[in-house]
Design a protein around this ligand. Structure first.
Ligand code: EPZ
Length: 420
C-alpha cells in the first residue's frame, strides 16, 4: 500500500488544468455499449474507476483501447451479461451498466452494489424506473437479474427521499432511448454529468429533450450508432483545487474548467469573504489570512454538491467562527470528521449536521483515507497543517483524482507518495 507524506504550510501558487469528469466518464462509457459500431471518447481521465469500468466492458466481451485520455470501445463482441461481484464491489457506479445492457441485449445480471462509508447505497429508484419500462427484475443470492423482451415507454416519477438520483436517472434515460414510444421522467437529476450523458446519447441518435431540468422526455428510437465525443471537465476536481489554494492562502487558477458548474461553491466562498474571479473556462481564487465561517447544506445540483462537502469542511476548520454543515444527500457522509479532528480541528456531529468550530491552526499527524472525497479533505488539511501529515490508504484518492500529487506539487505543495 502507499501513503502520502505532506509537509504543510506552503501556499500553493500557479495554474492547474482540470481533467475530464469522472462522473460523466463512467455513465458515458457504460452507454457506449448501446451503439452499433465503435465509439471514441476524449478527455477521459486516467483513474482507477475509469479503468475498472473499462475492465468490466472487456470482461463482457467488448474491445477496449485506452491511451492518453482517449477511449475506443467496440461493443459488438459482448457476449456476457453478468457483472461479477469482484468488480461491482470495488465500484458501485458499475450499476450504470444496467440500463444500457437491458436496452441493447434485453438481459443483465448484476451483483447488488454493497453499501460504502458514505452510507447505504440503495438502488430502489433504478429498479422502479426500469420496471416501469417493462423490465422483469428478480433478486437472487445478492444478484439483481433483469430481463425484458421489448422496453415500452412510460411516465416515471424518479424522486426519492433525498431528491433526485444521478445514476438512477442515467440508467432509466439510457433504457428509454431504445424503448418503444415516449418516456417522461419526472424529478430527473439535473447534474452536469447527466446533461453530458444526454448530449452523448443524442449524438448517438437518441431523441432526448429537457436535459438539465427535472423533466426529461425521451422518444424511443430503433437503434443508436457509435460516435465520437469529448466529455466535460470535472467540477468536483476543480472545486477541490480551489479549496487547496484557499486553505494554503495561495493563489490558484484552474484552467479547462466550467465555472458555471460551481456556482454553489462560489456563492459560499463569497459569503466567507473570499473573492472568486472567473472567465469562460477558468476560475481564479486568491487566499486570505482569515475567512468567515459559513453554513453549508448539501443538495442535488444546482445546490452545494455533497462531493465537495468534506473538502469544504476542511477549509472551514480554520474559519473565523462556527460553521454548520448539513448533509441532505448522504446524511452519514462524515467519515472524515474523526480524521480532521486528529489534525486539530474542532468538529462535533449531531445527526446529519456537523458543527465546525474554527481553530487557529491544524497540526500534522498520521491519518487514514477512507473514501474518495474524505481523502481529498485530509490532503487539503495536511497542506495547511503545521509539520508533517502522513495519509495512508491513498488508493481511495487514485479512484477519482488524475495525477493528484503531480498537479499539487507543480503549484508548490510538498507532497510525495511513498510505499507504506
Ligand atoms: C452519484 O452517485 C455520484 N457517483 C456520487 O459521487 C455523488 O455523490 C452522488 O451522485 C450524488 O451527487 C457517480 O456519478 C459515479 P444518487 P449516485 O443516486 O448516483 C439515494 C464521488 O465521490 N438513492 O444521486 O449513486 C441515495 O442513497 C461519488 O464521485 C435512493 O434512495 O447517487 C442518496 O441518498 C460518491 N435510491 C441520494 O439518493 C436509489 O435507488 C442521492 O444518490 C438511488 C439513490
Amino acid at each position: 500500500m502507499e501513503k502520502f507524506l505532506i509537509e504543510g504550510g506552503h501556499p500553493l501558487n500557479g495554474k492547474i488544468k482540470a481533467s475530464g469528469a469522472k462522473n460523466a466518464a463512467l455513465p458515458i462509457i457504460a452507454a457506449s455499449i448501446m451503439g452499433e459500431g465503435k465509439t471514441i471518447l476524449h478527455n477521459i481521465p486516467s483513474l482507477k474507476d475509469t479503468e475498472t469500468m473499462l475492465k468490466i466492458l472487456t470482461f463482457l466481451g467488448a474491445k477496449v483501447k485506452f491511451f492518453n485520455n482517449t477511449v475506443e470501445i467496440e461493443p459488438s463482441g459482448i457476449k456476457r451479461f453478468t457483472a461479477p461481484y469482484e468488480y461491482v464491489s470495488t465500484m458501485r457506479a458499475s450499476i450504470c451498466l444496467l440500463g444500457p445492457m437491458l436496452a441493447k441485449y434485453g438481459k443483465a445480471k448484476f451483483s447488488m452494489p454493497g453499501g460504502c462509508v458514505i452510507g447505504p447505497r440503495p438502488i430502489d429508484l433504478h429498479l422502479k424506473g426500469l420496471k416501469k419500462l417493462g423490465v422483469e427484475i428478480k433478486n437472487e443470492e445478492g444478484y439483481v437479474i433483469g430481463k425484458v423482451k421489448k422496453l415500452k415507454g412510460n411516465r416515471i416519477f424518479l424522486g426519492g427521499n433525498f431528491g433526485s438520483s444521478v445514476l438512477a436517472t442515467a440508467n432509466v434515460m439510457c433504457a428509454a432511448t431504445l424503448a418503444e414510444g415516449e418516456t417522461i421522467i419526472e424529478f430527473a437529476a439535473c447534474e452536469p454529468e447527466i446533461v453530458d450523458l444526454a448530449r452523448f446519447l443524442k449524438k448517438m441518435g437518441a431523441k432526448i429533450y429537457g436535459e438539465g431540468s427535472h423533466i426529461l422526455r425521451i422518444v424511443g428510437v430503433r437503434k443508436l450508432k457509435g460516435t465520437e465525443y469529448t466529455i466535460i471537465p470535472d467540477r468536483i476536481e476543480t472545486g477541490t483545487y480551489m479549496l487547496a489554494g484557499l486553505i494554503t492562502k495561495g493563489k490558484i487558477k484552474i484552467e479547462n474548467c466550467i465555472p458555471f458548474h460551481l456556482m454553489a461553491l462560489m456563492d459560499r466562498l463569497e459569503e466567507a469573504g473570499i473573492g472568486v474571479k472567473y472567465g469562460n473556462d477558468y476560475i481564479e481564487v486568491e487566499g486570505k489570512d482569515k475567512w468567515k465561517a459559513v453554513d453549508i447544506v448539501t443538495l442535488p445540483y444546482p445546490g452545494f454538491p455533497t462531493d465537495l462537502q468534506a473538502q469544504m469542511m476542511a477549509f472551514l476548520t480554520l474559519a473565523d467562527g462556527i460553521s454548520v454543515i448539513t448533509e441532505k444527500v448522504f446524511p452519514e457522509r462524515f467519515i472524515h470528521v474523526g480524521e480532521l479532528n486528529r489534525l486539530g480541528a474542532n468538529i462535533t456531529l449531531d445527526g446529519s449536521k456537523a458543527i465546525v468550530k474554527g481553530v487557529k491552526n491544524l497540526l500534522g499527524a498520521k491519518v487514514m483515507a477512507s473514501d474518495l472525497r474524505a481523502s481529498a479533505a485530509l490532503v487539503l488539511a495536511g497542506l495547511a497543517a503545521e509539520g508533517e501529515t502522513q495519509i495512508s490508504r491513498i488508493y481511495h484518492l487514485d479512484r477519482g483524482y488524475e495525477k493528484f500529487e503531480e498537479k499539487l506539487s507543480k503549484v508548490g505543495a510538498k507532497i510525495k507518495r511513498v510505499r507504506e
